[in-house]
Design a protein around this ligand. Structure first.
Ligand SMILES: Cc1cc2nc3c(=O)[nH]c(=O)nc-3n(C[C@H](O)[C@H](O)[C@H](O)COP(=O)(O)OP(=O)(O)OC[C@H]3O[C@@H](n4cnc5c(N)ncnc54)[C@H](O)[C@@H]3O)c2cc1C
Length: 430
């Protein structure tokens, strides 16, 4: 019997992990992406954290108030560019409706299970021959500058322990014992020993290499022009060369037939969904990162500077700082004030660093795909029997990618998902 064919739109970390596990289940897999083979999208320059500690969705009690407070400060970790946009307004209303306790109670165990599944899949991937993407199961330290911040994080730690995720509250001396070679100026922190980190660009390179060796076809500079339907069933997609694409791109006019279609286009999934008659509301949450090649000091575990919402990740001798959630539409420009906000926070927590250390460093940026309720879109659409949606991972795409990929492969195979997908239904905003 001929193997069944899966076409995946989007070669970010979600699309590549879906491809990996579909291929391992014996599917013929083709991945298409509008970007070139050398890429810089959201899955590359991020902070690379795998975070079972992040079981609370972005839409949670208190977030609306905090967001409104931060909005007026150009250096704050969160910003919505005021603009007349029906989509933005609808997104905001839905966020506000979702930011309640019962949504968090329903979502937290699902996120926990997804993160923990991913963690164990990363352990397996990292043990495979040739895998060298810096997987480091060393934990995550939530550093709190203020006693108020520490108190708030201690509540989260209690909740984490209740959900079976170990978390230890530390005072300043405890933080010092955990990271003796990094000077900190903090009230304390919470240590999550099960969290991990990796180098995202090395992970992406490893996935691409593994997929190519396993016979997965990767089509770059290939934009989906249209989807073709026969007898009410989606059967193929027609490609066109993306704007600025190489003249050797084989995309033009090529048609890819499939039995199953996976939508994994990150922030581009809203537009792909529109072509398929699916409503996948999302806002692009732009974030930035800066990487020091020779940091003055380096922690061994990754960390979050909690009040400033800055992520800190050691990556093979280098040290990456990432942060900010700027909602300004699909806008690839760098906002210098937001980058300055990240840089100014660092010496407050790590006094050995100076803002001047970052002078002239190029800022990387990525657009996180953010649904209004903070939960991914994962599952089959009701509109098309053979479409699986896998997107909307917002700040957790690296952390949730292998679990998402494995669940996509299970659905494509006709298996029931071992994790309840109800909170992630792709048609929940229809
Ligand atoms: C500063 C920063 C730090 C972060 N840190 C972390 C972290 O520590 N841990 C974590 O888990 N997550 C983190 N994230 C979030 C993470 O990077 C994202 O959730 C993740 O990369 C999203 O992956 P994706 O595959 O869904 O989307 P993408 O990586 O954006 O990939 C989607 C792909 O689809 C393609 N595409 C879209 N539309 C089309 C189309 N019509 N035709 C063809 N191709 C198309 C795009 O070209 C793109 O390559 C961070 C993000 C930022 C910005």
């Amino acid at each position: 019997m001929k193997p069944r064919r899966v076409a995946i739109v989007g070669a970010g970390v979600i699309g590549l992990c879906a491809a990996l596990y579909c291929r391992r289940r014996g599917f013929d897999v083709t991945v298409v992406d509008r970007r070139a083979a050398i890429r810089t999208g959201c899955s590359f320059g991020n902070a690379g954290m795998i975070v079972p500690s992040h079981f609370i969705p972005l839409a949670a009690p208190g977030m609306v108030k905090l967001g409104l407070k931060w909005m007026w400060n150009p250096r704050s970790p969160f910003y919505i560019k005021p603009r007349l946009s029906w989509d933005l307004l609808a997104w905001g209303v839905q966020f506000w409706k979702s930011a309640n306790r019962s949504h968090v109670e329903r979502s937290a165990p699902v996120l926990r299970d997804l993160h923990l599944l991913s963690r164990s899949l990363y352990e397996q991937l990292a043990a495979e021959p040739g895998a060298d993407f810096g997987f480091t199961p060393r934990g995550l330290l939530m550093l709190c500058k203020t006693s108020h911040g520490l108190e708030e994080e201690s509540h989260a730690a209690i909740k984490a322990n209740e959900l079976g995720i170990p978390a230890e509250v530390l005072d300043a001396a405890g933080v010092g014992r955990l990271e003796p070679h990094t000077q900190t100026d903090v009230a304390g922190g919470v240590f999550y020993p099960r969290d991990c980190h990796l180098s995202p660009s090395a992970l992406m390179a490893h996935l691409e290499k593994t997929l190519a060796a396993d016979g997965v076809e990767l089509c770059w500079e290939s934009q989906v022009e249209r989807f073709n339907v026969i007898n009410g069933r989606l059967v193929s997609l027609q490609l066109t060369k993306s704007e600025g694409g190489d003249s050797t791109s084989r995309a033009d006019g090529v048609s890819i037939e499939f039995d199953e279609l996976v939508v994994a286009g990150g922030i581009g999934s809203t537009a792909i969904g529109r072509d398929l008659g699916l409503r996948l509301p999302m806002q692009a949450g732009k974030g930035y990162s800066l990487t020091l090649d020779r940091p003055r000091q380096s922690p061994t575990a990754c960390a979050i500077l909690t009040e400033a919402r800055v992520a800190v990740t050691p990556m093979g001798g280098r040290l990456r700082f990432g942060g900010t959630m700027e909602m300004a539409g699909i806008d690839e420009r760098i906002n210098a004030s937001r980058v300055a906000g990240i840089v100014s926070a660092i010496p407050r927590y790590y006094p050995a660093f100076q803002e001047a250390d970052f002078a002239g460093l190029p800022a990387w940026h990525g657009l996180r795909p953010c649904p209004p309720d903070g939960m991914p879109y994962l599952g089959r659409s009701r509109r098309h029997a053979n479409v699986i949606v896998a997107t909307g991972h917002a700040m957790m795409g690296i952390s949730l990618a292998p679990a998402t990929g494995q669940l996509v492969a299970a659905l494509a195979s006709g298996d029931t998902s071992p994790i309840d997908l109800a909170t992630m239904r792709p048609d929940r905003f229809d």
